[in-house]
Design a binder for this molecule. Structure first.
Ligand SMILES: Cc1ncc(C[n+]2csc(CCOP(=O)(O)OP(=O)(O)O)c2C)c(N)n1
Length: 353
């Protein structure tokens, strides 16, 4: 019980309106070059999401959902993925708040802008799926679905493939706190932990404390969500995913374990939900939600890694770049109605019913 009370007290302080105090001369353990790379990618991800929201509000696209507030966890994750195609590489079964992971892996934001506008040249779905429902075959990024948590079931498949194949490739799956109530999450716990048949799956729960409008406190009898792995003998950890270095080292250690032991790991990462659930709840900045990017910038300045002016320039650069991209995409064509049955399960017109 002490664990729970302590964790909830810490989480309350972290998610509060007041920015945490940055001690003068803050110190980092990571190399300054890596810190600036992480910072630049976090800014790019935030500016991208804010651009997607603006596009939605300007009627360029029908819906928005995304991950502003998850960058301090998702960028360190994306940078540590073993990226490539096939079983020698990591497989990713992601959810709709994962743009920063993909940008950190090197994805082009133009493709995400095209998906927001549903243009025909959207590389993820040809203009047919929601914003932030990526699919990148050459990096084993399995198509993201709107039905929450089903990714934990499909992850079992690539987990089995990784186990049979051997090597260092692992399966990475993420989803939200509320989704853990679905049977798919339990299936993944069961299948990944069968004795002598364990699967190398990195199960991640990004806990933003909400399932649309349902507060987490009203839904979880367990002390910590990560505790759900314990009866299965799965190694678990709960971290502050709003802190770049805590995320970096926790992800590194978990990945080292999964890659070498070929066993599952369940990580719960507290994150922010800075613009609410989606466009369905307005997509407006939520007052009082802790901002991990602003916290990181304060710390970078205090440690003398980057000046506020340098950081402002980076933000300006991406603001202009992504604005230009959105203007360009506005002129691009939408898919033709005659292609509605392309790339579906049957794959042939007229065979759908
Ligand atoms: C199977 C299924 N049930 C319900 C929904 C409706 N739904 C969409 S998002 C959501 C809440 C998800 O909350 P959480 O898992 O905490 O993830 P978050 O969106 O907060 O990151 C729900 C219930 C859905 N899309 N799919």
């Amino acid at each position: 019980m002490a664990d729970l009370q302590e964790e909830r007290k810490k989480e309350k302080a972290r998610s509060s309106t007041k920015p945490p105090k940055t001690e003068p001369n803050a110190r980092f353990r990571l190399d300054p070059k890596l810190l600036t790379q992480i910072h630049e990618t976090m800014v790019k991800a935030r500016v991208l999401e804010e651009r997607l929201i603006r596009m939605y509000k300007q009627n360029d696209g029908y819906f928005w959902i995304g991950g502003p507030g998850e960058e301090a966890f998702n960028v360190p994750l994306g940078l540590q993925v073993h990226k490539g195609q096939g079983r020698d590489y990591d497989f990713l079964h992601l959810h709709y708040r994962s743009s920063a992971i993909l940008l950190a892996m090197g994805a082009d934001p133009l493709g995400m802008i095209r998906q927001q506008k549903n243009t025909v040249n959207d590389p993820h779905s040809g203009g047919r799926n929601f914003a932030n429902h990526s699919s990148i075959r050459e990096w084993n990024v399995v198509p993201i679905t709107s039905t929450i948590e089903t990714q934990y079931s499909t992850a079992i498949g690539s987990g089995v493939a990784h186990r049979r194949h051997g090597g260092k490739g692992i399966t990475i799956v993420n989803g939200g706190d509320a989704g853990t109530a679905e049977g798919d999450f339990a299936s993944c716990l069961v299948w990944s932990s069968r004795p002598m048949q364990e699967l190398p799956i990195f199960m991640i729960v990004t806990n933003n404390r909400w399932g649309i409008s349902t507060p987490m406190e009203t839904q979880h009898g367990e002390q910590l969500i990560s505790d759900r792995g314990k009866p299965f003998g799965i190694r678990t950890r709960t971290i502050n995913g709003r802190d770049v270095e805590e995320s970096w080292f926790a992800i590194r250690d978990a990945m080292d374990y999964i890659r070498s032991e070929r066993k599952p790991f369940l990580m719960e990462s507290y994150v922010s939900r800075m613009y609410g659930h989606s466009s369905a709840s307005g997509a407006n900045l939520v007052q009082g939600e802790a901002d991990p990017l602003a916290d990181f910038e304060r710390k970078l300045a205090s440690a003398g890694v980057m000046s506020p002016e340098e950081m402002a320039q980076i933000r300006e650069k991406y603001t202009l770049e992504l604005l230009e991209m959105s203007k360009r995409v506005r002129e691009e064509p939408l898919p033709d109605g005659s292609t509605i049955y392309d790339h579906i399960y049957y794959g042939q017109k007229g065979r759908y019913w």
